[in-house]
Design a protein around this ligand. Structure first.
Ligand code: HSE
Length: 402
């Protein structure tokens, strides 16, 4: 019998309990042992829930019960998730989480304790919801010379951008819809400002390089500045706007970022719509492998959490373990990053644009001048934008191209 405790009975915690109950035959076959949800930790009571008698309000009960093999932390946030994770690992319990915030901030520390205590710390659900990508990064593609891992890592923003592109819906309407469907974070700023995707690319970057780059060192932009006009202009030249996390690895070092990018139709990631996420791993000799699936929501996230439990039950302490060191030693300055850009300005003339940027591709736009630049560094692009601003030209938008 495997006894588990679930920390947090919200969307994901409820999804985990439901999956284990509804799919009991499947989890028994795969895990090879009976599973007992012994405790559910939450501040609230759930008198009408079939799990009402499992609810406890103190973590001590769980930490001090030697029968609990595995703790499933699906509370979200850094605290007290951090303290509970440390206590559970120190008490010799495996920990599984969907909480990208704690993995991105403290994953290195948790993995070290897990190693010392000979238990597992697993976090498949922390990136890409239901998509198996963490395990494949650890066990199946990590032996490649990875040159880039990039992806659509936030379901809420992809849902919003898809609705704006497909139906011309407003940003606010689309966000409200995503919140009602349970995709968004408790505070949706983490989605729309790119913070959630930043945590996820930090985790993927750590798996690709062994180095967990502190999230405050990752250049992060959200989608709040994207206008209907930009979505329309991009469609005219066969481009789609997606919020991407990118970790680019070269002999010179690592570039890591979250920002909206315009993608050509030929890019596999441009076809990923709605709440779906996808992660592309580019390297040698594999070339490119893409992992695709639902990136948020109770069921998909629970599927990834219970998948980790199945692996622990199958492999015990022999579960594959990643190595992470927290460092920004190899991080290159963002000002060196090179890309083409879509830019929209108001006022000025096409010759002023060419004077600042050289040859560009103009896009037909109502009342604005929109254009796509050649590939330039961030530093050079900022310099050219400043030259336009200094002439009194208003910069309405800038989005990089993949
Ligand atoms: N708010 C997140 C998203 C949930 O929309 O992707 C899954 O991490």
């Amino acid at each position: 019998m495997t006894n588990i405790a679930i920390l947090g009975f919200g969307v994901v915690g409820g999804g985990v309990a439901k999956l284990i109950t509804d799919n009991y035959k499947e989890v028994l076959r795969l895990g090879g042992d009976e599973i007992n949800i012994k405790y559910i930790l939450d501040l609230r009571d759930f008198p009408d829930s079939p799990f009402a008698d499992k609810v406890v309000h103190s973590f001590d009960v769980i930490a001090e019960d030697p029968e609990v093999d595995t703790v499933i932390e699906v509370m979200g946030g850094s605290h007290p998730a951090y303290e509970y994770t440390i206590r559970a690992l120190e008490a010799g319990k495996n920990v599984i989480t969907s909480n990208k915030e704690v993995v991105a901030n403290f994953g290195d520390e948790f993995l070290n304790i897990a190693e010392k205590k000979n238990v597992s710390y697993r976090f498949e659900a922390s990136v890409g919801g239901g998509i198996p990508v963490i395990s494949p990064m650890i066990s199946c593609v990590g032996q490649n010379k990875i040159s880039e891992v990039r992806g659509i890592l936030n379901g809420t923003t992809n849902y919003i951008l898809t609705k704006m592109f497909t139906f011309g819906d407003s940003f606010e309407e689309s966000l409200k819809d995503a919140q009602e469907k349970g995709f968004a974070e408790r505070n949706p700023d983490a989605d729309i400002l790119g913070t959630d995707a930043c945590r996820k690319i930090a985790i993927l970057g750590a798996l690709a390089t062994g180095n967990l780059i502190p999230t405050d060192k990752i250049h992060t932009e959200g989608i709040t500045k994207i206008r209907g006009e930009d979505v329309e202009a991009s469609a005219k030249v066969g481009l789609k706007i997606k919020l991407l996390g990118r970790c680019i690895i070269s002999d010179k070092g690592v570039q890591i970022m979250v920002a909206p990018f315009m993608l050509r139709d030929s890019e596999a990631l441009s076809t990923v719509s709605g709440v779906y996420n996808a992660i592309e791993v580019v390297g040698e000799p594999i070339k490119s492998a893409m992992f695709y699936g639902p990136g948020a929501g109770a069921g998909p996230t629970a599927s990834a959490v219970v998948g980790d439990l199945m692996q622990i039950m199958q492999s015990g302490t022999k579960c594959a373990k990643p190595v992470m060191n927290k460092t920004d030693e190899h991080l290159l300055p963002f000002s060196d990053f090179e890309s083409q850009s879509y830019i929209a300005v108001k006022g000025g003339c096409e010759n002023c644009v060419k004077g600042a940027f050289g040859e560009v591709q103009f896009i037909d736009a109502d009342g604005e001048i929109a254009f796509i630049t050649a590939k330039m560094s961030e530093a050079k692009t900022e310099e050219a934008l400043k030259a336009l601003s200094d002439k009194g030209i208003e910069i309405k938008s800038r989005i990089r191209l993949l």
